[in-house]
Design a protein around this ligand. Structure first.
Ligand SMILES: Cc1cc2nc3c(=O)[nH]c(=O)nc-3n(C[C@H](O)[C@H](O)[C@H](O)COP(=O)(O)OP(=O)(O)OC[C@H]3O[C@@H](n4cnc5c(N)ncnc54)[C@H](O)[C@@H]3O)c2cc1C
Length: 283
């Protein structure tokens, strides 16, 4: 089977119209860094493909101190923005320059396990995702977007059109642990955001990548931190809780046992980084 039709819509509306008309067998391709290898290896043999490159989904704007990120903004552009440092760090840790020049933020939400590194950062930052279909757009918190192993709330006739990141409150840290410098799948990725008032933690989000079927929030770790002074005991309790509640898996990169240990270690390190940076604002 070969590709019989390739669609290149020139607007979001046209993209949604084509998707509605062709149905779920249409392969949606953004940067193609996940989709194309599947075609090359014969795992996916689509007859119809829609490229989003010219669909007008590539705006990257500062809005109310946060970011509005079009779904097709590349990771290279995300790396270069200066508004949200954690997203720059996450983009830099993803793949390599050549891949980042093509790979998109929207596509990162669909990264197969061990999962998207940028998506993990977006989860810690309390991002929301706008999904657009023939009936219009709806916005869902990223925390509610993932539903299971390679499943999301996206309907067959919808596209991810943008991602909204609110202004960053509190201190942040992002750590990815892989085996190599570049093009390295994650052993574990940890993204944390901690809000403090007078030294006491009032809110926290600890997102884990490669530690579940999709990027997950460690709610037990949050509970261990809120109300604490982000001291060593609280950090240790949060790291232990994150290791307990993570759902790691074994693959060619690391065993479940090792991943769980690395979750504990890297949550500890990330929180220590925030603690030593002081109670100031993060980006
Ligand atoms: C060598 C190599 C190294 C890599 N390293 C990393 C890494 O370190 N960390 C990491 O996180 N990822 C890594 N990846 C995976 C990949 O590059 C990223 O996940 C990237 O962000 C995917 O974006 P894309 O635009 O290329 O997705 P595509 O390949 O275009 O699409 C991927 C999937 O998402 C769907 N999709 C894409 N955009 C939309 C949209 N707007 N609406 C609805 N569905 C959509 C497509 O239908 C497809 O199923 C690597 C890939 C390669 C080839």
């Amino acid at each position: 089977m070969t590709v019989a039709s390739y669609f290149l819509p020139r607007s979001p509306a046209e993209a949604v119209e084509i998707l509605a008309a062709r149905g779920p067998s249409l392969m949606v391709m953004s940067g193609g860094t996940v989709a194309m290898p599947l075609v090359n290896e014969g795992i996916s043999l689509p007859e119809e493909v829609m490229g989003l490159r010219f669909a007008g989904l590539d705006r990257l704007e500062v809005v109310d101190g946060g970011l509005e990120i079009g779904a097709t903004v590349t990771l290279t552009r995300l790396l270069r923005q200066r508004t949200v440092r954690m997203l720059s760090d996450a983009a830099r840790s993803t793949a390599s320059w050549t891949v980042r020049n093509l790979a998109t933020v929207g596509g990162n939400l669909f990264t197969p396990p061990p999962g998207g590194d940028v998506a993990t950062a977006l989860l810690a930052l309390d991002a929301s995702v706008t999904l657009t279909g023939p009936a219009g757009s709806r916005t869902v918190p990223l925390a509610d977007f993932f539903t299971g192993f390679m499943t999301t709330v996206l309907r067959d006739d919808e596209l991810v059109t943008s991602i909204r990141v609110p202004a960053v409150e509190g201190g942040t840290a992002y750590l990815k642990f892989g085996r190599k410098q570049a093009n390295t799948p994650s052993v574990v990725t940890v993204a944390v955001r901690v809000v403090r008032d007078g030294g006491a933690v009032t809110d926290a989000r600890i997102a884990l990548g490669a530690a579940g079927p999709h990027p997950i929030l460690a709610d037990g770790a949050r509970t261990a931190l809120v109300g604490s002074r982000l001291d060593d005991d609280a950090i240790g309790a949060a790291a232990d809780a994150a290791a307990r509640e993570s759902e790691p898996f074994s693959d060619g990169i690391a065993s479940e046992w090792y991943r769980r240990r690395m979750v504990r270690l890297f949550v500890r390190r990330a929180l220590e980084q925030v603690a030593s940076a002081g109670a100031g604002e993060g980006r």
